[in-house]
Design a protein around this ligand. Structure first.
Ligand SMILES: Nc1ncnc2c1ncn2[C@@H]1O[C@H](COP(=O)(O)OP(=O)(O)O)[C@@H](O)[C@H]1O
Ligand SMILES: [Mg+2]
Length: 262
């Protein structure tokens, strides 16, 4: 079986990409799935949120993309048994200009994954993208089978989404025919806030089965966890935020089982 490679994308910052990457990965690893997170954001928030020290970020996705180390050497285990990460460091912010003249630049990550010997041992691979529809995000979409879009329940959410969908369509047409959006996860949902509820209703009306049933509530425990270098599903398993990510993990496993059965 080929691994499931999921790019977590939204060109807006602060919508819950990294939080979703970390917690979905931790929730899936807790039920015995072997998971890899590729931190593709120069800010390295996923690396920090999973407790990777700065001194342990020298073999990062940057070195792998720049071909100064083999991709498999950039993979390291986190504190969690089934959860591995390729960390990022700030040098990654220079990769786009370094690769400016490489005509195959969109395919670099894909070919690293194709040529990796350990990649096939992972059940799911999550790519945490930077907040831009830049080369790094296009690389992630070219390497992935599906795009997971965290959407914050606020007024401008849908506006950004149409641009994102256009980018996915373009990558699907020109670079990666396998790619689809699967799906949209509503984040930071606040049921006491009318606008939050209205956005959720609108998104579900427009995008229907693309939207996961599970919504991630706004929950302070979710925002506290990264400063302890832990996913919230470990930091406070009983919190509302944790319970939602555990539910989302089940939804993803079910979707995947259905797809494999079909
Ligand atoms: N469900 C949530 N409840 C409360 N705070 C959240 C939640 N999801 C994310 N956050 C916080 O919002 C900020 C942005 O989230 P993050 O996942 O880093 O977004 P992105 O990766 O899209 O930039 C972070 O400080 C994070 O801790
Ligand atoms: Mg992020």
């Amino acid at each position: 079986m080929l691994s499931n490679i999921i790019a977590i994308c939204n060109q807006k910052g602060g919508v819950g990409k990294t939080t979703t990457a970390i917690n979905l990965a931790a929730a899936l690893s807790a039920v015995g799935k072997k998971i890899l997170i590729i931190d593709l954001d120069p800010q390295g928030n996923a690396s920090t949120g999973l407790g990777v020290e700065y001194s342990n970020r020298k073999k990062s996705i940057y070195e792998a993309l720049a071909k100064s180390i083999p991709f498999d050497e950039s993979i390291q285990q986190t504190q969690l048994e089934n959860l591995y990460i390729v960390p990022s460091n700030v040098e990654l912010s220079g990769i786009e200009s370094e690769l400016a003249n490489d005509k195959d630049k969109a395919f670099i990550l894909k070919s690293l994954l194709n040529n990796s010997t350990t990649i096939k041992t992972f059940d799911y691979i999550f790519i945490d993208c930077p907040p831009a529809l830049s080369l790094l995000t296009v690389m992630a979409m070219t390497a992935a089978n599906s795009v997971l879009v965290p959407l914050q329940c606020e007024f401008f959410a849908l506006e950004g989404l149409s641009q994102l969908i256009k980018t996915v369509d373009r990558v699907q047409k020109n670079l990666n025919p396998e790619l689809s959006i699967d799906g949209i996860i509503l984040t930071m949902f606040d049921k006491r806030n009318k606008l939050s509820t209205q956005v959720a209703v609108d998104v579900k009306k427009h995008l229907q089965e693309k939207v996961f049933d599970t919504m991630i509530p706004r929950n302070v425990r979710v925002s506290e966890a990264p400063s302890f270098g832990m996913p919230v599903v470990i930091y406070d398993r009983k919190s509302k935020g944790s319970q939602a990510y555990l539910k989302l993990a089940n939804e993803i496993i079910k979707k995947n089982d259905n797809r494999e059965a079909a």
